[in-house]
Design a protein around this ligand. Structure first.
Ligand SMILES: Nc1ncnc2c1ncn2[C@@H]1O[C@H](COP(=O)(O)OP(=O)(O)OP(=O)(O)O)[C@@H](O)[C@H]1O
Ligand SMILES: [Mg+2]
Length: 368
């Protein structure tokens, strides 16, 4: 199947999802910044990490364990590789779900070389026994390997060479405190500002040999949901459009046309996001409406609406979750170019939640 067959509205295969798809994985390696200097944005994390690494280099020691937390597609894997590169150290890559038994982890740990970086992706999904083994390995560079079963089982202590664990998680809140506490440095990744995404897009365009002007990059950046992975993906789709329909140069106009074709709107909402907002506004007058009612109205599962569409709508301040149900904000009416139901305020009291949200003085716009 070519990317052209992908239906952006299909919740599992959206153009604006932050999770990596097969094509992303294939091209991302080529687009990853190789060192801290090349890494765009995340000023605070970059500066702090740079100090940690420089200090370790100066001492000739292995850097402290590093935890990177933040939403998908913001550069956690990229940073882990940069850490290894900056330390001139080899890197071993594995993930929480791949480590089912403590023995799996023991095998990896006991084969590490001195100074090696162990990247443990989705560290919150590791099994309990493996987690406990990791505590000791992180703190004392030692593991107990259990030999035998039952009453005859014995623990054989095994020394490990000093190594740096780099853990990545999209759910830092799910990490047990004893694990979190064993990291010497935690970097919280933030969504990128549009100007930073523009730099990401220019850089990727250069590497992909794609011509783009600054307005073209700004147009794509504005639709990328603060996420470099999405920016790179939209850039590839816009490139296709520019090459097929035009001479290849990406301008604001061409980027806008292309992303309209792919149904990613000016704010980065796709068809599903818009369907949810549209139902909320047109069918339910802006809410409050229950999640399951809203989901039926757009023909999706409640989970899809809740987990796929809502987080970004909430982040963008277009939708709010209240105890009485979902409600649209003034910005939502504006974004879809709709006029909120107008009635003299005295005749149509605002639901309490909306009063809270809009304030009592400047209720939702009643004319437009
Ligand atoms: N600061 C950055 N500068 C330039 N490109 C970046 C930056 N951060 C991320 N990218 C690009 O975004 C893509 C996704 O980044 P990465 O795989 O590191 O994200 P992640 O946080 O590990 O995501 P996940 O949680 O899904 O594993 C990479 O291919 C990289 O090219
Ligand atoms: Mg990753």
């Amino acid at each position: 199947m070519t990317p052209y067959d992908a239906t952006p509205s299909d919740a599992g295969d959206r153009l604006v999802t932050a999770a990596a798809d097969g094509e992303d994985r294939a091209v991302e390696a080529a687009l990853r910044p190789r060192d801290l200097g090349e890494f765009i944005g995340q000023e605070r994390v970059r500066e702090q990490l740079s100090l940690v690494l420089q200090a370790a280099r100066k001492r000739g020691a292995t850097p402290d364990h590093v935890l990177l937390s933040g939403p998908p597609g913001l550069g956690k894997t990229t940073l882990s590789m940069i850490i290894a590169a900056e330390m001139n150290a080899p890197i071993r890559i594995t993930s929480g779900p791949a480590i089912q038994h403590a023995g799996d982890l023991a095998a990896i740990l006991s084969s590490l070389t001195e100074g090696e970086v162990l990247f443990l992706d989705e560290i919150h999904r590791m099994s309990r026994p493996a987690e406990e083994m990791l505590y000791m390995a992180m703190e004392d560079f030692r593991v107990d390997v259990i030999v035998g079963k039952g009453p005859g089982a014995t623990a054989i202590p095994l020394e490990l060479p000093p190594f740096t664990l780099v853990g990545a998680t999209t759910r830092a809140g799910l990490l047990p405190p004893p694990l979190r506490d064993r990291f010497g440095f935690t970097g919280h990744m933030e969504f990128y500002a549009p100007a930073e995404l523009e730099r990401v897009i220019h850089r990727s365009a250069r590497l992909l040999d794609v011509e783009i002007d600054s307005q073209g990059a700004a147009e794509i950046a504005g639709r990328s949901r603060g996420t470099p992975r999405i920016a790179n993906r939209l850039l590839r789709r816009v490139r296709d459009y520019a090459q097929v329909k035009h001479d290849g140069l990406i301008t604001a106009g061409i980027a806008g046309q292309a992303l309209d074709v792919y149904e990613v709107d000016g704010r980065g909402l796709d068809r599903l996001d818009r369907a949810v907002l549209d139902a909320l506004l047109r069918l339910f007058g802006g809410g409050p409406v229950g999640l399951s009612t809203l989901a039926v109205a757009v023909g999706e599962e409640s989970e899809t609406v809740e987990e796929v569409a809502e987080p970004f709508l909430v982040r963008e301040g277009l939708l709010a979750r209240t105890p009485r149900g979902r409600i649209a904000t003034a910005a939502a009416w504006q974004h879809l170019g709709l006029t909120p139901p107008s009635a003299p305020l005295g005749q149509r009291p605002l639901p309490a939640a909306q009063q809270q949200l809009f304030g009592s003085s400047d209720g939702p716009p009643t004319e437009g």
